[in-house]
Design a protein around this ligand. Structure first.
Ligand code: NAP
Ligand code: F7E
Length: 325
């Protein structure tokens, strides 16, 4: 079989780095689109940077995306790039709409005009369910987004469905629930907690300030989710899938387990700071991934408890050299 080429937007992000590793293992030629920066943003892919090709493009720039697709001639495109931090979507709502919403249309237009046989994965989100209309949430649960990010993702989701139905493009949307790892950005709550716990354990800091501890999320491991993205593009028919573990936990549960992993009591260190509350909160997410289980044979392998432990251990190892003597 000839080698397949995959184009990943957002290759420098958490998911992009895991997906690039996974596709290299499958024998793909991997090309990553990155936006120009004056600093090195390749931290998460440093270990594979010589194995992938990096091309310069931006979700805001149609011509860059069209010429990348024409030049690279990918078999598959994984559109992972986005403004993905929910709080930033209230402070930069228009930019979030441009990146996270219209950016999807730009890539689909590039496919439509250059080669409509290219297969396309869109990184949709459980944030689209927002104020949930059913528990658990499945592919048929109506959307009710609660942030400009969620609203932009709903647009990205439906434009993907629309290009599939209008132009017969193999375009699919993975409605992924929260997935985390030691590569998660430190502004997201799980990594903020694992990083904070490690700092407190090592005596680098003494307190951890968090927002709403009651929010509940269906948290999985990012490495499991990128496998599902690939599986979705190998199917005979294009379709959308919820990707989730089916278990939900509160932020407080995550905090408690993370502190327990280093033998500390969370109540002695965590301060609830209303600065981290959101204008509108998503209270409870829990996904029903039975369709992905059935049709793709996909199942997440890392449990919530393993995930918390792994993240804390990784941050402890990273920060140990900075501990006071
Ligand atoms: P992430 O770590 O925030 O990575 C986002 C990526 O997008 C980075 O590589 C970033 O590049 C790139 N990017 C942002 N704006 C861009 C632009 N204008 N042009 C080109 N690239 C741009 O996000 P992630 O956690 O890996 O998530 C991947 C995708 O899945 C995102 O679309 C996210 O919204 C979605 N999603 C994530 C989760 C989750 O739990 N992780 C769940 C559901 C959906 P820089 O390095 O230059 O910033
Ligand atoms: O917040 C609460 C916060 O920022 C989770 C993105 O990948 O997953 C992610 O979005 C919960 C929220 O992720 C703090 O209020 C409490 O209820 O880690 P997060 P998110 O908003 O769920 C979805 C699926 C995506 O698609 C997104 O791209 O934790 N929380 N205290 C806090 N959150 C943060 N960030 N910081 C706190 O101090």
């Amino acid at each position: 079989m000839p080698q397949k080429t995959a184009l990943i937007t957002g290759i420098t992000g958490q998911d992009g780095s895991f997906l690039a590793e996974f596709l290299l293992e499958q024998g793909y030629r991997v090309v990553g689109m990155t936006r120009r920066s004056s600093t090195d943003v390749h931290e998460r892919i440093q270990h594979i940077v010589d194995d992938v090709t990096i091309v310069s493009g931006d979700l805001l720039d149609q011509s860059s995306m069209t010429s990348i697709v024409a030049e690279i001639k990918p078999d598959e495109i994984y559109n992972l790039a986005a403004q993905s931090f929910v709080p930033a979507s209230w402070t930069q709502p228009v930019l979030t709409g441009e990146f996270t919403g219209l950016g999807v249309t730009r890539m689909l237009e590039a496919i439509r005009t250059v080669d409509p046989t290219i297969r396309f994965y869109q990184a949709s989100s459980s944030e689209m369910f927002g104020k949930v209309q059913a528990v658990p949430q499945s592919e048929t649960t109506p959307f009710y987004p609660r942030s400009p990010y969620g609203v932009a993702k709903v647009y990205g989701h439906w434009i993907t469905v629309n290009y599939r139905e209008s132009y017969d493009i193999f375009a699919v949307s993975g409605i992924a629930f929260n997935h985390e790892s030691q590569r998660r950005g430190k502004e997201f709550v799980t990594r903020k907690i694992s990083d904070g716990v490690a700092r407190i354990k090592l005596g680098i800091q003494n307190e951890l300030r968090l927002g709403n501890l009651d929010a509940q999320r269906d948290w999985g491991f990012a490495g499991d989710y990128v496998r599902a993205m690939w599986m979705m593009l190998q199917q005979p028919r294009a379709d959308d899938y919820v990707l989730a573990t089916g278990r939900t936990h509160s932020v407080r549960d995550f905090v408690r387990l993370a502190f327990e992993a280093v033998g500390l009591r969370w109540e002695d260190h965590v301060i609830v700071d209303p600065r981290f509350y959101r204008p509108a909160e998503v209270d409870l997410l829990v996904g029903d991934a039975s369709k992905a289980n059935r049709a793709l044979g996909w199942r997440p392998e890392v449990s919530f408890e393993q995930l918390v432990e792994q993240m804390v251990v990784a941050d402890l190892g990273r920060l140990r050299p900075f501990a006071p003597a």
